[in-house]
Ligand binder design. Structure first.
Ligand SMILES: NC(=O)c1ccc[n+]([C@@H]2O[C@H](COP(=O)([O-])OP(=O)(O)OC[C@H]3O[C@@H](n4cnc5c(N)ncnc54)[C@H](O)[C@@H]3O)[C@@H](O)[C@H]2O)c1
Length: 263
């Protein structure tokens, strides 16, 4: 049995080795970053990057146990902590308006690792486990966990994975997807604003840096599209707590949103 003690990188590699060594041995996740505790340790996606693409080589392989101790977060650099909060905000938007409100009301307790941190880690794991148990191999519903990821991945790719941590790029992606939803008449301006304020409240970037080119971002999304489902998919909020999956949105509308979003 292997034990993945560390952040998402350690978890993904350990899981992949466990999935392939002797055609599969048991493994356990002991995540020590907020991102790994609320996201990557749950759900069974494992893998490694390849020069041809992120997570190009991997497997769906469930851990036998996920063991989380929030005490480990005491030594986590602040920037890594806030990046993990990006995924927590995501859960609030896609599934749980109460969690969203909780994040608004309990910031101090959350960032000081008080009682509230246990609540938000537990709730995030529950939401992820619930979605994954309904669609383990991402044939449909699981895609909602990718809210903020279409634009987020494009920003990560175009900036060479150097400028932003994953959760920071997701912050940008969630704000852009909210704007897209407003443009398509799905979400109110007020709710989009609430999402942006939440992203800002947890020290995450919400706008696309203006030195990035629209064409590069669109191209990165197209490459990602081919590697994934073959569709340019956006997860769009209809309200805080409900999202819908939209495929192949008009590129001009996406360009408009990027344009308006450049800082
Ligand atoms: N499998 C999935 O479903 C999934 C989901 C999201 C992200 N990911 C992957 O997860 C990875 C990102 O994970 P991450 O954000 O945990 O980054 P990470 O694993 O790179 O960890 C971030 C940094 O924190 C350090 N660290 C870890 N725990 C610490 C602690 N308790 N105290 C101090 N330092 C600590 C690490 O050594 C590293 O330098 C990416 O590769 C991403 O692709 C996977």
């Amino acid at each position: 049995m292997l034990v993945a003690l560390g952040g998402g990188v350690v978890g993904d590699i350990t899981g992949f080795v466990a999935a392939t060594y002797m055609r599969g041995i048991r493994f356990m996740q002991v995540p020590t970053t907020l991102l790994a505790q609320v996201d990557s340790s749950v759900g069974g996606k494992t893998g490694v990057n390849h020069p041809l693409g992120k997570n190009m080589i991997g497997a769906f392989y469930q851990p036998s146990l996920v063991c989380i101790d929030v005490e480990t977060l005491k030594t986590l650099p602040e920037r890594e902590f806030f990046a993990g909060m990006g995924e927590v905000i995501k859960y609030g938007v896609i599934e749980d308006s109460e969690l969203f409100e909780y994040l608004k009301a309990n910031k101090e307790s959350i960032i000081s690792l008080g009682e509230s941190i246990v609540h938000i880690v537990k709730r995030s794991c529950e939401i992820k486990a619930d979605v994954v148990s309904k669609d383990e191999l991402e044939s449909g519903l699981r895609a909602i966990l990718n809210y903020g990821h279409t634009m987020g991945h494009a920003v990560e790719t175009v900036t060479g994975y150097k400028k932003y941590l994953h959760g920071e790029a997701i912050g940008i992606g969630m704000c852009a997807a909210a704007d897209l939803a407003v443009k398509m008449g799905l979400l109110t301006q007020e709710e989009s604003q609430a999402i942006k304020e939440m992203v800002e409240m947890y020290n995450l970037p919400g706008v696309i840096p203006n030195d990035l080119k629209i064409i590069d971002l669109i191209n990165a999304m197209e490459v990602d599209k081919k590697a994934r489902s073959g569709k340019l998919q956006f997860i769009l909020p209809e309200s805080i707590g409900t999202v819908r999956i939209e495929n192949d949105i008009d590129r001009e509308v996406i360009k408009d949103v990027i344009n308006e979003h450049l800082a």
